[in-house]
Ligand binder design. Sequence first.
Ligand code: ARG
Length: 460
Amino acid sequence: MKLWQGRFDAPTAKDADEFNDSLPFDKKLWREDITASVAHAKMLGKCGMISESECDEICGGLEAIYADIESGTLEIKDAEDIHSFMENELVARIGESGKKLHTARSRNDQVATDFRLYVRSSADRAIRSLCALTESLAEKAESGLKYVMPGYTHLRKAQPMCAGHFFNAYAEMFLRDADRFFASRKRMNVMPLGSGALAGTSYPIDRNMTAALLDFDKPCENSLDGVSDRDFVAEYLFDAAVTMSHLSRLCEDLILYSAEEFGYFEIPDAYSTGSSIMPQKKNPDIPELMRGKTGRMYGHLMAILTTLKGIPLAYNKDLQEDKEGFFDAEKQLTACLGIMAELIDNLILKGNRMKKAAESDFSCATDVADYLAKKGVPFRTAHSVTGRIVRWCIAEGRTLQNMTIEEYLSFDEHFDVDICETVRAKNCAEARTSYGGASPKSVKENIRSIKKRLMKYITD
Ligand code: ARG
């Protein structure tokens, strides 16, 4: 039965019904709908709008419905939306008192509240998954402390770095994402319930009581805004989109660095796939698919922003479009974060390949220039001398590591025997001890700091 049938002579058309109904997707909100209704009923009882026994009947009825849905005895079906389903079911079970639950409430403030509760828990889940992934990356950074690998700019070898530095860079990104979800969670923790259809209510309700029962920081301060605000959905989707951009970059690096041409990492078999025709292939389908999903996640953000644009105050049915994209985004995000943590845990580091690559292609050239500059040669001059050395090496088929001291001295008198040690990739990485730099010492400090910052979420 429709909650609003009284006003109508004729039933809605079948296709209009199907188009309008949100039950197929908003049934996911059943727990939140019951939780919010129990809080509302308790408040109605406390403030004298329903009797104590009516309040008990309503809460008892709702709890029984909760148990039956949970156990699978009650199927959610045959209603316009989850709110109508719950009310119909409650009235069918407890009769007249069930019809009082909707006193001083509208589906507009009800759905805004239910969905906020849902998105709030989703944000909590996202924070937990982000922390787990950050922890996996910091652990991998720890295993990478003993290796040196080339760092890149423009995808050309640039300078050697401790391999742990690479993993910490992503740990920083995901920790920032957790912070972002945390800040959004704080902002969304304001309760719309009690805004009524749009203008509040003439009943003597206690909104602080319902807010406290539902763990909201406070009730919203404007009912028009309360029923129509969906910033919390947009914010979650933005936070998820940024997280996906980080995941996608990580996927790209993993795909690249596990390719034979690089060979720094090996993606575990459990997260690789094969080819139906080429027996030798081990394909990085999982990170590729994750990178691909980023497009649809950005799409969900674009969709909600576009839906929200130009809606007149207050509630309009356009707002029902806030859910499906969100539910998909949440599902994808949870899967991506969980899989990536496992993949990182089991990623194999190939120390020898990294070291070889770090010493080829003149990655240590900056260190030659710095060597001269530290001996008093102006950096620009040192840069140009080193440039000439590199040019000579290319022409002669030599490397910075196999040049003799005499050869170095033929370019500049400031060179000394220790230059031959300075240009070892390991030494170049170890020298970058500046705060936030790529030396194992700085990387160790970075790991310690990441773990410390993670504690905020573990203890909170
Ligand atoms: N299914 C609706 C939604 O998700 C619930 C609110 C309906 N309110 C209304 N006045 N039609 O937005």
